[in-house]
Design a protein around this ligand. Structure first.
Ligand code: SAH
Length: 345
C-alpha cells in the first residue's frame, strides 16, 4: 500500500498552505489545483508550468488516485456502460445514457451496497467502501468525455443511480457535487443533478438543512408498509410515515418537488389498492412519479407487471393530477439498466 496522501483530498486552501509551508508561493497551489481539477492531470509530469524540482517534490509526497475506465461496452441503443477500476483494484460502474437532446451520466457512490433491496443486483455485492469525492467526480468527467466523443455534445444531466446509496456516503457525495457544480470544476447546474435514495429520513432532513440545490428522487416502489418492507428491508427501520415526514420537511425548506421512483411487479404491487395507496401518499407531498421498467436480475424471482397494471397506475395517478412518466429501460443488452449493475461482473 502506498502511504502517500491523495493530493485531491486537499482543498485549494490546503494546497496553497502546503506550498507556503514548503518555501514556495501560495499561487503555486492554484496552479496545481487547476491541473488536478480543470485540466484533469493524471500525473505530476503533465504539469508543464511547474518546475521539475517541484514536480518531484509533489511526487515524493502525494499520489493522484485517478480512476481508470477498465472496460467499456456500448449498447445497441447507444448506452455505454463502463467498468471503472479504482486505485485499490475495486470496480464500480458508470453509465452514459444518451437521447437526441440529452446525455445523462448515471454514477456510483459506493462500491457495493449495504441495503439489501431484494430486486437489485448491486445489493448482492456487500458494501466494500465509500467512493471518495474525486472518484465520483472522475466518473462524471469520463462520461462527459464519452458524450462529447460519441454524441457530439457535453453531458447535460447526472443521476446518482449507479451502485450504492448516496446518502450513506453523504459528505463525499456532496463534496463531489460541489466540485461538479463549481466554476473550478465542470460548472454544471445543480438543477441537472438528481440524487436517488432508498429514503433515509434523517439524511433527507440533513440535505434540507444543508440547503442543497440538486433534485431528490426516492425509490418508493410501494406506499403500503408491508409490501415495501418485503422489497426493501430498510422500510422496517424507517417506515413510510417517517419517510413522509422527512419529505415534507425537505419540501418546506427547499420548495422542490420529489420524484418517486416506482417499479410495478407482477403479484407484488400490481393491484388497484396499490395504485390508490400511491395516490394517497403523493397527495401528502408535492411529487411526481417515475414508473420504471423492471430489469430482471437473473434468478427470475420477480417479474415486470402486465402492461395493463402499469396503465392502471398511469390512469389512477392522472385522474388525481399527479404527474407520471414511464422510464423506458436503456442498455438492457449490456446489463447497464437500473439495478443490473454488478450483474455478471
Ligand atoms: N440506492 C439508491 C440509488 C441506486 S438504485 C436508490 O435506491 O435509489 C437506482 C434505482 O434503480 C432505484 O430506484 C432502484 O430502486 C432501482 N432499481 C434497483 N434494481 C432495479 C431493477 N432490477 N430494475 C429496475 N429498477 C431497479
Amino acid at each position: 500500500m502506498d502511504s502517500k496522501k491523495d493530493i485531491r483530498a486537499l482543498s485549494k486552501t490546503d494546497l496553497r498552505d502546503f506550498f507556503v509551508a514548503n518555501n514556495d508561493q501560495a499561487f503555486r497551489g492554484n496552479q496545481v489545483y487547476e491541473w488536478l481539477w480543470q485540466k484533469g492531470a493524471h500525473n505530476f509530469e503533465d504539469m508543464t508550468n511547474i518546475s521539475k524540482e517541484t514536480r518531484q517534490m509533489l511526487q515524493d509526497n502525494f499520489v493522484i488516485n485517478h480512476i481508470k475506465v477498465d472496460q467499456m461496452q456500448r449498447s445497441n441503443d447507444g448506452t455505454i456502460k463502463n467498468a471503472i477500476k479504482l486505485h485499490d483494484g475495486l470496480v464500480v460502474e458508470s453509465v452514459l445514457i444518451p437521447t437526441e437532446t440529452r446525455s445523462t451520466a448515471c454514477v456510483s457512490s459506493q462500491v457495493g451496497c449495504s441495503l439489501d433491496c431484494n430486486f437489485c443486483a448491486t445489493a448482492r455485492l456487500k458494501r466494500m467502501r465509500n467512493l471518495n469525492p474525486d472518484e465520483i467526480y472522475d466518473q462524471v468527467v469520463a462520461i462527459d468525455q464519452q458524450s462529447r466523443y460519441y454524441q457530439n455534445h457535453k453531458l447535460s444531466n447526472i443521476v446518482f443511480m449507479g451502485m450504492g446509496e448516496p446518502l450513506l456516503n453523504y459528505n463525499n457525495v456532496l463534496a463531489a457535487i460541489d466540485k461538479i457544480t463549481s466554476e473550478e470544476g465542470l460548472a454544471m447546474s445543480p438543477k441537472r443533478i438528481t440524487v436517488s435514495t432508498v429514503g433515509l429520513p434523517k439524511m433527507i432532513k440533513k440535505l434540507a438543512d444543508d440547503e442543497v440545490k440538486f433534485n431528490l428522487a426516492v425509490s418508493l416502489h410501494s406506499a403500503i408498509d408491508e409490501v415495501r418492507s418485503k422489497m426493501m428491508p430498510i422500510n422496517e427501520k424507517s417506515n413510510l410515515a417517517e419517510l413522509l415526514e422527512a419529505l415534507q420537511y425537505w419540501y418546506a425548506k427547499t420548495g422542490k418537488r420529489i420524484t418517486f421512483e416506482y417499479v410495478v411487479w407482477k403479484s407484488i404491487n400490481d393491484k388497484k389498492k396499490d395504485a390508490e395507496a400511491l395516490v394517497a401518499y403523493c397527495k401528502k407531498i408535492p411529487s411526481k412519479v417515475n414508473l420504471i421498467e423492471y430489469n430482471a436480475i437473473d434468478d427470475g424471482e420477480f417479474q415486470q407487471a402486465d402492461p395493463k397494471a402499469v396503465d392502471l397506475y398511469i390512469r389512477t395517478l392522472e385522474a388525481h393530477n399527479i404527474p407520471v412518466t414511464v422510464r423506458r429501460s436503456r442498455g438492457k443488452d449490456i446489463d447497464a439498466a437500473c439495478g443490473q449493475l454488478a450483474n455478471k461482473t
